[in-house]
Design a protein. Structure first.
Length: 266
């Protein structure tokens, strides 16, 4: 019995590390009016994940931002089919943004794995708190939520949908239109946590092109801003994690929020 439990536990925390990133991935990021847009929910590592196995019950809200439309898409998913994709169609040119907020989930992992996770995602506040309170050898008990967005373009007409606040607790907001950038320009973004700027926080910048993925770690400034060096090819993702200590530690010690933003040029 102990052996089976140990194997299960290893699988759980392995899944946390290997499936850390979660993002929305349209079949294409630049489309023609009337073209079908299949948006997959992806989870995995190195920006090359697999279809998510969640269902409608895992979704807190799922919203569409398109022209003057702010629509709830949650009812397009089901509770019977795991890993549903969204299938949408837009007949007018414009910029489209879809945002997703998950329900709260619980994970418990070994002390060593938790320490590694904190270091890899730049969660120095949690790492230092555990050290200062003699908790570095304690298991990681955590609630977590996913706060993700994708932005894609229909036709040539661009609008301001890309910079609308969506209500996500952890939100990455481009300050320039990602599809209006010129060669050599950076993409400025601002990151908010519960409507306040997320200052001096690690952000992972992912770029996938021709089957190869590159990643670099950057940090927001004191105003929660970041300049992302972008080439106008391939697919891009920004991912960020924010963690807070919980006052009531009867069930978990931490609440984390995992955010991402995707866009691309194909």
């Amino acid at each position: 019995m102990k052996k089976v439990a140990s194997v299960f536990f290893l699988l759980v925390f392995s899944a946390l590390l290997n499936g850390h990133e979660f993002w929305l991935e349209p079949i294409h990021f630049i489309l023609k009016p009337g073209e079908n847009v299949a948006i997959k929910f992806r989870v995995g590592e190195n920006f090359n994940g697999e279809n998510w196995h969640g269902t409608k019950s895992s979704v807190e809200y799922l919203k569409l931002f398109y022209k003057d439309v702010d629509d709830d898409l949650k009812n397009l998913l089901t509770d019977s089919t795991a890993g549903d994709s969204l299938n949408l169609q837009f007949f007018d040119e414009g910029t489209v943004m879809v945002s997703y907020q998950s329900t709260n989930k619980y994970i418990q992992i070994s002390a060593d794995t938790f320490q590694t996770y904190l270091k890899e995602d730049g969660l120095q506040n949690a790492f230092d708190f555990r050290a200062a309170n003699g908790l570095s050898d304690s298991m990681g008990r955590e609630y977590y939520q996913r706060s993700v967005k994708t932005i894609f373009q229909i036709g040539a007409t661009k609008d301001s949908s890309y910079k609308q606040k969506t209500g996500l607790p952890l939100e990455i907001i481009p300050l320039s239109h990602p599809y209006s950038l010129k060669k050599g320009q950076d993409l400025p973004v601002r990151i908010l946590f519960k409507d306040s700027v997320l200052a001096n926080n690690m952000v992972k910048v992912w770029h996938k092109l021709n089957g190869k993925t590159d990643m670099k770690d950057l940090y927001t400034d004191d105003n929660g801003r970041l300049l992302v060096p972008v080439s106008l090819a391939g697919e891009w993702m920004l991912s960020v994690v924010k963690m807070e200590a919980l006052g009531d530690t009867s069930r978990a010690d931490w609440q984390s929020y995992w955010g991402s933003l995707t866009w691309g040029y194909k």
